[in-house]
Design a protein around this ligand. Structure first.
Ligand code: TYD
Ligand code: MG
Length: 459
């Protein structure tokens, strides 16, 4: 029987029929007949599916497959590192981020790089017209790159285009604009996003097309966030930053082909995004003269040490209710540290407003920043600047102990490279190889707070 004469299928048993009816003749279920779209989402593909045994493999048979997956580098070190060393062939990537943060800019620039490195790239845009993308390409100086543009949002059209063009890389901007005509809800709804992403990931694996999907997240999670898509894809990247700041941070939160927690740092300029090869130097470049409440944290993001400035401001609260406001760090963690300071070191912040900010639009998730935060808080509270050449790191426990953190050596090396002369840190288990930097190893918070907490010693 010709395929198009069987235009309807039962979603319950998979039986095909030529016309719609309220009840399936084959299995007797009601309201299960839908038009067959040829997409796998329309229900079980064939009657009798599931009766066949799958072919089994021994784990040892898989040795040859376990070799490093083939990758292509973009030639943008900040992007390639976050991807785990380049884009893995036939992988599915989700790039999430707030609207307007620069996702389309990043991907257009990446598309041009990949195209220049020999990949056939299609940029499918449902958000903007092809003319708008062209205008952006012009602004970015990319008009001569061999990237194909398609302005489509119907999934069927997108899949047809991809089948016909057989690109190596497809960029879908964004998954919230893609819609499937057999699903009734509006584009951007959870069911549309989930089903479209599922089809696109399938396509990526079946046809060997690496696929990068853009997904918007809003603070309120109002749009069906790309969260539902996260478990379907191989790699999830988030593009973050404060809109008022020029720094943008690309962060891997899941990566089947590389380390998660890796970050790439970019700067948004009039001519697009440029990579920041030495973020520590940049984050610290705006430090002015010694100010109370400023402490430098020697942090690690993924495999890379990054130094940044933590700023605190403490001021008398006008009324009884004191405020705590945090940008770039966890506010629950600040409350915890204030409580530990009060109970274990006898320093109270009651009746004081406390503001904490990580300079440069950076967001820190490491508990290793605890000691730097305490130093900044104490320095602000006592209106006494800390040593300009001092870095801090160390986790603080509820008992008031200062606990060792990972990669102390890397942190010290980076600090030393940037000209810092003192590190205030937890006790090291083995002698540090870092030369030329004085180590002040402290074991408990009370001792630290009641000494000079990293202030320069009086001359
Ligand atoms: P865009 O990539 O459109 O963000 P998204 O796709 O995440 O919504 O970028 C939006 C912002 O970036 C916009 O406010 C303008 C700014 N921008 C620049 O500053 N320089 C540039 O070269 C470009 C292309 C954009
Ligand atoms: Mg966009």
């Amino acid at each position: 029987m010709a395929k198009d004469s069987l235009a309807f299928k039962c979603t319950s048993c998979g039986a095909a029929s030529a016309k719609w009816s309220g009840r399936c003749d084959a299995c007797g279920a009601w309201n299960t007949i839908v038009e067959d779209t040829g997409l796998s989402i329309s229900g079980p593909a064939k009657q009798g599916m599931g009766g066949r045994r799958g072919k089994q493999l021994e784990l040892t048979d898989l040795k040859s497959m376990a070799d490093a997956p083939p990758r292509t580098e973009a030639g943008v070190a900040e992007l390639d590192r976050v991807l785990g060393g380049g884009l893995v062939h036939a992988s599915a990537v989700l790039l999430g981020g707030d609207p307007g943060i620069g996702k389309s800019t990043l991907l257009l620039q990446a598309a041009a790089r990949f195209a220049r490195n020999g990949l056939k790239v299609i940029y499918v845009t449902g958000e903007e017209s092809a003319a708008q993308v062209q205008m952006r390409a012009q602004r970015l100086g990319l008009t001569d790159s061999p990237v194909l543009l398609a302005s489509e949002s119907n999934l069927r059209d997108i899949l047809t285009t991809l089948e016909a063009e057989k690109p190596d890389l497809a960029i879908i901007d964004s998954i919230q604009t893609v819609w499937i005509d057999t699903i009734e809800s509006a584009p951007g709804s959870v069911s549309q996003v989930r089903a479209s992403a599922h089809e696109l990931v399938n396509m990526a694996k079946r046809r060997g097309i690496s696929t990068i999907m853009v997904g918007h997240v809003t603070k309120e999670g109002a749009l069906a966030g790309p969260r539902v898509v996260e478990h379907m894809v191989d790699t999830v990247l988030y593009f973050e930053g404060e809109r008022g700041h020029q720094f943008r941070i690309l962060r891997a939160v899941k990566n089947r082909f590389g380390a998660s927690d890796e970050i790439g740092v970019f700067e948004m300029t009039g001519g697009g995004l440029i990579e920041v090869k030495n973020p520590s130097a940049l984050f610290l470049s705006q430090r002015g003269k010694p100010t109370p409440g400023s402490a430098v944290f020697a942090g690690i993001e993924g495999t890379r040490p990054i130094l940044c400035e933590i700023q605190a401001l403490v001021s008398p609260a006008p009324q009884g209710q004191s405020r705590r406001a945090v940008v770039g760090w966890d506010s629950a963690r600040l409350s915890m540290l204030l409580a530990v300071l009060e109970s274990r070191a006898g320093v109270s912040f009651a009746g004081l407003d406390v503001y904490l900010n990580v300079a440069g639009g950076m967001r820190i998730t490491e508990p290793a920043a605890d000691l730097a935060v305490v130093a900044a808080l104490m320095s602000a509270r006592e209106s006494h600047p800390l040593g300009q050449q001092t870095v801090f790191f160390g986790e603080i426990s509820l008992s008031g102990g200062v606990r060792p953190v990972t990669q102390a050596e890397n942190r010290l090396k980076e600090a030393q490279k940037l000209g810092f002369t003192t590190a205030i840190m937890p006790p090291l288990s083995k002698r540090s190889g870092a030369q030329g930097i004085a180590l002040e190893q402290i074991e408990d918070l009370a001792g630290f707070v009641n000494s000079n907490f990293g202030q320069p010693a009086p001359k």
